[in-house]
Structures are given as C-alpha cells and as structure tokens.
Design a protein around this ligand. Structure first.
Ligand code: SAM
Ligand code: SF4
Length: 319
C-alpha cells in the first residue's frame, strides 16, 4: 500500500531476536546486553500473524534479521511458514554468517531466496577486533556455501570505518573479480554504540569514488538503496549505500518490526507502534499496521543532528 507521501511500502524487515553471537564494536556493547524476558519476545506464531496482516496490505518482501537471526530456534520453520503465506514472494535474511554454512541448505529448502552476509574485513585479526569474538573462516565458508547452493544474489554488507577497514577497499574490490558477489559498502550511521565512533570513523564515499575511477557505474534496480558499480570484466558488483550523504528516504519502501512487537515505520524515528495487544484480533492488527504504514515519517535527520532519533540500538531493530 502507499503511505501518505505516495511511497509504495512493500518490504517488511523483522528483527526476530536481539541476541547475537558477535559483539561488533559499532553495534553491541562489549559485555553484551541484558536478556529480554521470554514473554516479551514475539513468538514464532506472533511473527507469522503480523507478516500475514502485512501481506494483506501489499507487503511482498520479508527480511529476517536481528540481533543474529540464525540464533533463533526454528528460524527454518519460520521461513517455511512465511513462504506459504499468500502474497509473500521474497524471503531474505541478513546474517553475520557465523552459523550459516551449516544451515544454508535447510534454509534454502525452507524457502529462503537471498542472503546478505555482513563482513567488514578480510583480515582474521581485524575481524576478531571488530566483532570481538568471531572467526572469519566461518563467514568465508558461508559465502562459498551460499554461492554453491545458488542462493543468489549473495550480498556482502561492509560498514566502512576510517582507520578500521578503509584501507581494505581495494581488497574487497578485487574479491569481486573472481567472486559473483555484491559487496555493499555502507556508511556508518550514528545510532546506538556507533554514536561515539561516528565523528572519527565516518568515511566520505564520494572520495572513494574519486580514488577508484576504474569503477564503472551500472544500472540499479528500482528501490535499491545502493548505487552500483563494477570493475571491467569482474564477476561481482560493488554497491555504495549512503543513507546519510545521499539519503534515500523519498524512495524508502520499508517498515520494520522489532522482536518485542513494535513496528518502526522509520529506522531513525522514535515512533513505535506496539502490536502485541492486537495479536489475537486479525482485523484490528491489520488496521493498526495500515495506519502505521500510512503515517510513515517523511525522512530521517541524521545529517543535521549527527545522531539517530531512534532510541533503539541496531541489534534491536535489525538494520
Ligand atoms: N547480525 C546480523 C548481521 O550482522 O548481519 C543482522 C543484524 S545487523 C544489526 C544488520 C546490519 O546492520 C549489519 O550489516 C551491520 O553491519 C549493520 N549495522 C549495524 N550497526 C550499524 C551502524 N551503526 N551503521 C551502519 N550499519 C550498521
Ligand atoms: Fe551482532 Fe549483527 Fe550487531 Fe554484529 S552487527 S553485533 S553481528 S547484530
């Protein structure tokens, strides 16, 4: 359905859990987070009810994210049941890739169409310092596995940070020469843990484009948040996602659901609509959702304010 700005909202991102098996420096506190009460978290059946209502309003794409969606028990079952909902024709996940190589085959059988794997560095030691716990080999294994299984396109989310991984841009570009993946460089957003890193870490994407004139701009799909490029003869692509310097609010087609049942019509707005009390009334649930979509905020204010108004952390919303 269209919101009051006339944007066609057809994409729901669901954070299925705020738990994670990594502790990325820009996303989670080092000591982890306080666990939510079990009763506060949406159950599998609740998520399906909300996705079903959303589908009746024209949502056809669903992305499961988190926290880390693959630590959710029964994520494969959730994907399977989602794939059976009328109107849903695209199911994706965003994952850190640590558990994916072992699960990818079952997830594909369940109905998963596409994956975004987050990977900020190709250097083992740096990977450990960014994620504080992770093992790079597990992520690389997952990328290979998804390519073998044909879970296409495999997109790689790389948050660029000055002084952390900006010296590796060339390594990521070179990776696309032989690997049919889409590397998506993402601007660090000042939200949650990253507010304190933002000023020293932000990277100007227009500078990168000047440094690499060999990048050839290619056509971008409608509603894509990335500006796409390619190296001559490469199998993969390079995307630049610049939510701050080149904001895409006028074309935004998403709403988000948190693991505690709140709809966030805009990632960077404090506005949240609690759906929990409507879970047993399909008609009311759909009405609430409809109004949340219709009233989706016009835009974010990251550039003027240097901080998100969200009031939630990225691991709670899901990126
Ligand atoms: N755990 C999964 C993962 O890392 O892919 C899914 C959740 S994570 C919050 C989703 C995406 O948000 C990841 O690609 C992550 O790098 C990105 N992200 C987290 N904090 C961010 C920030 N402050 N700015 C930009 N991207 C961020
Ligand atoms: Fe976990 Fe993803 Fe946040 Fe990293 S970015 S801490 S993997 S939720």
């Amino acid at each position: 359905m269209r919101d009051k700005q006339g944007r066609n909202i057809n994409y729901l991102r669901v954070s299925v859990t705020d738990r994670c098996n990594l502790r990325c420096i820009y996303c989670m506190p080092e000591d982890g987070i306080e666990s939510l009460e079990h009763d506060d978290i949406l159950r599998f059946e609740d998520i399906l009810k909300i996705v079903k209502s959303a589908a009746s309003l024209g949502i056809n794409k669903v992305r499961y994210t988190g926290g880390e969606p693959l630590v959710m028990k029964d994520i494969d079952k959730l994907i399977y049941e989602t794939s059976r909902l009328p109107g849903i024709d695209d199911i994706a996940i965003t994952t850190n890739g640590i558990l994916l190589s072992d699960m990818a085959e079952d997830l594909k059988k369940a109905g998963l169409k596409r994956v975004n794997i987050s990977l900020d560095t190709l250097n083992e030691d740096k990977f450990r310092s960014i994620t504080r716990i992770g093992n790079l080999d597990k992520v690389l294994e997952s990328i290979d596995k998804c390519l073998t299984l044909g879970l296409k396109p495999v997109k790689i989310n790389t948050v660029l940070m000055r002084g952390v991984n900006d010296t590796e841009i060339i390594d990521f570009l070179n990776l696309t020469k032989e690997m049919p993946v889409e590397i998506r460089f993402i601007e660090l957003m000042p939200i949650g843990e990253s507010i304190k890193l933002y000023e020293e870490s932000k990277v100007d994407f227009s500078e990168i484009l000047k440094q690499y004139p060999e990048l050839i701009q290619i056509e971008t799909e409608k509603n894509s948040t990335a500006q796409l490029y390619k190296l001559q003869g490469a199998k993969g692509k390079i995307g630049f996602i610049s939510p701050i310097s080149c904001k895409f609010c006028p074309d935004c087609n998403k709403i988000r659901l948190t693991s505690i049942g709140k709809i966030k019509p805009c990632l960077h707005s404090s506005e949240e609509i609690d759906l929990r009390e409507y879970l047993n009334n399909e008609e009311l649930l759909t009405m609430k959702l409809k109004s949340a979509i219709f009233n989706k905020p016009l835009e974010h204010h990251l550039q003027e304010e240097n901080a998100s108004r969200s009031g939630k952390m990225m691991y709670q919303i899901g990126g």
